[in-house]
Design a protein around this ligand. Structure first.
Ligand SMILES: [Zn+2]
Length: 342
């Protein structure tokens, strides 16, 4: 099956953090973090619908101005998500410019901003170009299991990490694919038709297996109906294929609570993008700056059972020996296995 998401880092492993995720079949993309975005083509930036910011340290947020610059004068709605205090930070960035002429613009660029309040709720605000980007407060929204965005085909979940400031890590989760076994359908003498879409909806909505489900179709002889238990159809004709998971973890100190949260979020990820900022030999510096070492990042990927791991956010101090962080990470990641995983 072709993957729905195509993630790629915007900069080299020593550049500012930023992960661009193209959504196949849709003219749409997601961004994790807003570091230096100048390497991203304008046409790609214009596809971004949702931006997830881990925290507002400069190397993760300076790209906001570039996003604003590219999108200004266009009718676009961009949703931004960030840690506690994020709405005020967006507000201040916008307030740094003069907006005396924008009320006459025909277009209305809008930022809808959501910040985490605590584990169970978020606060929303809106900034409209035609209103001079003055803050318009929105509602409190409940946060269920860390899910920030819940779309038809995927969701984005977050967890809060400790970076001496709350820092969000994100998981992009494609929803389970529900496929139909065509040969089982033939065995039951059932034709394909709109009822299969109804069946998928019923299963996605979590309706009880004991519920009666109507299979129907029309042909030359008229309308045909048969009734089955939902659970029976689910077992007989449907096949469930797990969706793709892309996880993004950056700026976190290696301590028990962060380890637990990261391994839970990254469990079984198809690909884990994770910061590998310092070498283990410099672990004291890493701890003092609340960052991970490459060995710690590899160990987290191994414990989480991530299928692939991609390091980023290397400290410039290793720029002359660029392979060392990657090698240290891979040694920890593949420890106890015969060789590198695919
Ligand atoms: Zn950082």
């Amino acid at each position: 099956m072709r993957p729905l998401f195509h993630p790629s880092l915007i900069n080299d492993p020593f550049g500012d953090p930023g992960l661009y995720i193209d959504c196949l079949h849709e003219r749409r993309a997601l961004l994790f973090d807003l570091g230096d975005l100048r390497n991203l083509a304008t046409r790609k930036l214009l596809r971004v619908s949702d931006v997830f910011v881990s925290h507002a340290h400069m190397d993760h947020f300076i790209g906001f101005d570039w996003l604003l610059r590219i999108c200004l004068g266009r009718s676009r709605r961009i949703r931004l998500y960030g840690p506690p205090g994020f709405i005020a930070q967006v507000e201040h960035r916008l307030a740094a410019y003069t907006w005396n002429l924008v009320d006459s613009y025909e277009t209305d660029l809008t930022f809808e901003v959501t910040e985490l309040v605590d584990d169970s709720q978020c606060r929303a605000a809106r900034f409209r170009c035609q209103a001079g980007f003055r803050r318009g407060d929105g509602q409190m929204v409940s946060l269920d299991n860390g899910v920030l965005l819940d779309e038809q085909d995927f969701r984005v979940r977050c967890t809060v990490l400790d970076h001496k400031t709350p820092c969000l890590a994100f998981a992009l989760e494609e929803k389970e694919h529900i496929n139909v076994w065509k040969n089982r359908l033939d065995e039951l003498g059932l034709p394909t038709g709109p009822w299969l879409t109804e069946l998928r909806h019923a299963v996605r909505a979590g309706r009880p297996e004991s519920e009666r489900f109507r299979v129907w179709w029309k042909d030359r002889t008229g309308l045909h109906e048969r009734f089955y238990l939902l659970g029976e159809l689910k077992r007989e004709i449907l096949r469930f294929v797990p969706g793709q998971r892309v996880v993004y973890v950056t700026d976190a100190v290696f301590h028990a609570e962060n380890v637990e949260r990261i391994t839970a979020l990254a469990a079984g990820a198809d690909v884990l993008f994770i910061e590998a900022t310092f070498l283990q030999a410099d672990r004291e510096t890493a701890a003092a700056r609340f960052h991970l070492t490459a060995e710690q990042a590899g160990e987290l990927a191994r414990r989480a059972g991530a299928k692939n791991v991609v390091p980023f956010h290397g400290s410039p101090r290793y720029q002359d020996t660029p392979g060392v962080l990657f090698e240290e990470l891979m040694r920890a990641y593949t420890r106890g296995t015969a060789g590198a995983r695919s």
